[in-house]
Design a protein around this ligand. Sequence first.
Ligand SMILES: NC(=O)c1ccc[n+]([C@@H]2O[C@H](COP(=O)([O-])OP(=O)(O)OC[C@H]3O[C@@H](n4cnc5c(N)ncnc54)[C@H](O)[C@@H]3O)[C@@H](O)[C@H]2O)c1
Length: 381
Amino acid sequence: MSEADRVLSNFTPEVREERTYSEKKLRVGIIGTGWIAEAHVESYLRQPDVQIVAMADLIPGKAEKFAAHYGVKNCKFYPDHKAMLENEQLDAVSVCTYNTQHAAPTIDALNRGVHVLLEKPFTATLDEAVDIMRAEKKSGKVLTIGFQPRMDANMKQIKKIVDSGALGQIYYIQTGGGRRRGIPNSTFIEKKTAGIGALGDIGCYSLDMVLNAIGYPKPLTASGYTSNFFGTSTDYQKPEDAARFNVDDFAAAFIRLEGGIILDFRIAWAMHLDTPGDTVILGTKGALRIPSTECWNGSVGGPMKLYHDLAGEQVETVIPIIPEDESGLFDKKIRSFLDAIIFDRPAPVPSSQILYNQAIINAIGDSAELGREVEIKIPQI
Ligand SMILES: NC(=O)c1ccc[n+]([C@@H]2O[C@H](COP(=O)([O-])OP(=O)(O)OC[C@H]3O[C@@H](n4cnc5c(N)ncnc54)[C@H](O)[C@@H]3O)[C@@H](O)[C@H]2O)c1
């Protein structure tokens, strides 16, 4: 048994499944053929029970060029998601549009009885997330949100450690991440397409990592701060990008969760620091330190460390990194969506959880604007 296997066997072992595919090929459509659609299409093309039959993009000719690049044959092209949904009999779609165009295609697809894999973050606003969930409830179809880090074995290990009771009662969490310089471009930096900046783009991952581990308790209040000193500065951005930059590039917040848990959060696309700090989960029996990441690779930033007492001594257990297996995180994300459809399973990343993620993100933005703590109110679905 390797060192990694020995330490990890202290927690719940992973159950490996035999792979079964659908006998009938699922007819899949792609909405939005930008950057992230590449990863979706590459993964769908590896699935024997999927046929990509349609693609839509607002930019004329973009979907056609995209399909040709990936050798997708017998595919129809549409100028927007509406035309595609009206003209095609689809089983499922990937919604790969920018954030402010997450809600409309998802709601329209669900209303037509089509299963949806929606890219992260859930939406740009909490109201949109609620509207999507109401359409999901009415349709009875699968809606999963594209958090591929959930599929990573190291990320799963965080939840297993919490569930094992090794940390005792959790009362404080510090999380976040980001990078010294790493402001994205294109549709990510304007409110009209992105809605939110670093807070939604990479903040949603850091929040999901810890909230999923502790079972997504309800968020109660948030006191938030956002800024965009780097994004709007020609010292760090091209003048044309600085001029149109109007989202956040840094956010910090103090969030109260049900169960008396405090969540201390910061995220950055750019700052004069390599990391805003590791993630730490403090409990009454132990604490877990998760090395910081830049929030785009889908895994933890290095071996995690469990701090606990053993026979009266203060000890530390290093949790070795579990190497990613050959089928990467995106294949797992796509496959878990397809399996939920085929086997009538619950969504792998359910909207009911990510609603809280979205509520926190929007509350941080609201609080920053108002300059005071805000109560988080979650509407009934
Ligand atoms: N899971 C991940 O690792 C990951 C990584 C990057 C981006 N994303 C997410 O994916 C989404 C898209 O990111 P991107 O980098 O591909 O953006 P992008 O701007 O490169 O592509 C989005 C495309 O959607 C098209 N579009 C918008 N509305 C449409 C509509 N109604 N019908 C048809 N096409 C429409 C646009 O014309 C554009 O070509 C974002 O929400 C982002 O947060 C996820």
